[in-house]
Each structure stands twice: as structure tokens, then as C-alpha cells.
Design a binder for this molecule. Structure first.
Ligand code: MN3
Length: 259
């Protein structure tokens, strides 16, 4: 987007589309707001990715914030190329197309066509948001234990990082067919929630804002790990960018919790 566009411009432009899409794109609006006064916030890989995920009235494919081979040996270059350039681009295209179809509906609306277009918006917006966050919360030379406020919240809620990790891994592992494991922030209870999602959008928790997603569709791991999803999940922990997760957690939480 042009450098002259402020965050407020972005949210203003994003609102009409996001209103059609519903709460699964609430994450884009949660991010696309003016930075708090002071301007000394840590730079946030998640924020950058989200800002690149919508511009000029359309959802866009954000560039990877590292090289395609940067996550080797844990995630291979060929998988990253296909996954980012083909699969994620497909969801972006599908989302823009479905939104255009929804906007074009006028007069007598066929309920079957309406059901189809709403399903396409839900599926593709889930795919776009979750892949955008997936790339931004991985990094080379990362992994290890969480840092900062997210580390404290995980310890408080799950007892320890190891207990959280085991629960999250199991949650991602049990997905039947295609889906995601997700750590999210639930603002009403000011709580972390871990859950699994079928495809990109089934079993999402309304209002919960994803912080850390892992894609467990076969296209995310089959070239390197074949049917061994557990080995892929174990390897993925080595590329989790905890400082980015912490920065987005603190940022989102500050939007909802006074004081
Ligand atoms: Mn995927």
C-alpha cells in the first residue's frame, strides 16, 4: 500500500469487506488500528503481515518475511513455495471473488446461491487470515520457550510451558482430515484458548483472536513428513517466533483491557 496511507485509512477501507466476512476477519481490524502513543513499541512481524494482507480495496498475499528455504530443515523449501505461492494465493483469490459475488447480489436472492457464497467467504477468509498469521509467527533460528507476557499467561493458565505444549500438540494432532491447531486470545474472559479447527473455519470460537496457528493440512507437511503429522508438529516448535507472538498478544490485549 502507499506509504502515505495511515493505519486509520486501512481500517476504514477494510471495514466494508470485513463486515461482510464477519468475525473471522476481526483479527485484521484488531491489528489495523493506530499505534498507541509513544511509538516505541517493539516491531511486530504479525502486524506487518496483517497490514500487507489487505490494500487498495482487496485482500492480498503478504510476502514471506524470510526466504523460502529459511525454515530448513524443519520445513522444506518446496513445501514453502507451493504452500505460500499456490495454496495461500488461492484462498486470497477465492476470498476476493466470493466477496465480489456477495456484493453483486441484488433483488431476489437465490438462497442456495447465498448459502454457497457465504460458505466460500467463511472458508477463504479463514484460510487467508490463518495463513497470514502462520507465516508471521515462524522464523529461522527461533523456537525454544515463550518470552514476555505471553510466557507469563501460558504459565498461569496451563501450569507450565511443557503442559501447554503437550496440550497444543495434541489439539493439532487430533484434527480429522484438514485443519489447524490454534492458540488464541479470548478478550471477554481475558484468557488464552487452545482449540482445533476443521478446514479453515469450522469450530472457530467467535471473537477469539488467533495468536499462534499451525496448519495441519497435508499440503503443509506431506512432501517431507508424508503421513507423520506428529513429526511435523514436533519440528514446527523449532520455528515458532515467540517474540512475534508476544508482541501481538500484548498489542491485542491492550486494545481490550483497560489500564
Ligand atoms: Mn495451508
Amino acid at each position: 500500500m502507499p506509504q502515505t496511507m495511515s493505519r486509520r485509512d486501512v481500517i476504514t477501507r477494510a471495514i466494508p469487506a470485513a463486515a461482510l466476512v464477519g468475525s473471522s476477519l476481526g483479527v485484521l481490524n484488531a491489528f489495523a488500528q493506530d499505534a498507541p502513543a509513544g511509538g516505541d513499541r517493539k516491531s511486530n512481524a504479525v502486524e506487518s503481515a496483517v497490514m500487507a494482507a489487505f490494500s487498495d480495496g482487496e485482500y492480498k498475499l503478504p510476502p514471506l518475511p524470510y526466504d523460502y528455504n529459511a525454515l530448513e530443515p524443519h520445513i522444506d523449501e518446496q513445501t514453502m513455495r507451493l504452500h505460500h505461492d499456490k495454496h495461500h494465493q488461492g484462498y486470497v483469490n477465492g476470498l476476493n471473488k466470493a466477496l465480489a459475488s456477495a456484493r453483486a447480489m441484488k433483488g431476489e436472492i437465490d438462497p442456495v446461491a447465498l448459502e454457497t457464497v457465504q460458505r466460500n467467504i467463511s472458508f477463504n477468509s479463514g484460510g487467508h487470515v490463518l495463513h497470514t498469521l502462520f507465516w508471521a509467527t515462524m522464523a529461522p533460528n527461533a523456537g525454544g520457550k515463550p518470552v514476555g507476557a505471553i510466557a507469563e499467561a501460558i504459565d498461569k493458565q496451563y501450569g507450565s510451558f511443557d503442559q501447554f505444549k503437550a496440550y497444543f500438540s495434541k489439539s493439532a494432532g487430533i484434527v480429522k482430515g484438514s485443519g489447524w491447531g490454534i492458540l488464541a486470545y479470548e478478550p471477554i474472559g481475558d484468557a488464552l484458548v487452545v482449540f482445533s479447527v476443521n478446514e479453515h473455519d469450522s469450530k472457530l470460537i467467535a471473537g477469539a483472536i488467533p495468536l499462534l496457528p499451525i496448519d495441519v493440512w497435508e499440503h503443509a507437511y506431506y512432501l517431507k513428513y508424508q503421513n507423520n503429522r506428529t513429526a511435523y508438529i514436533d519440528a514446527w516448535w523449532n520455528v515458532v517466533n515467540w517474540s512475534a507472538v508476544d508482541a501481538s498478544y500484548q498489542w491485542i490485549r491492550s486494545r481490550y483491557q483497560a489500564g
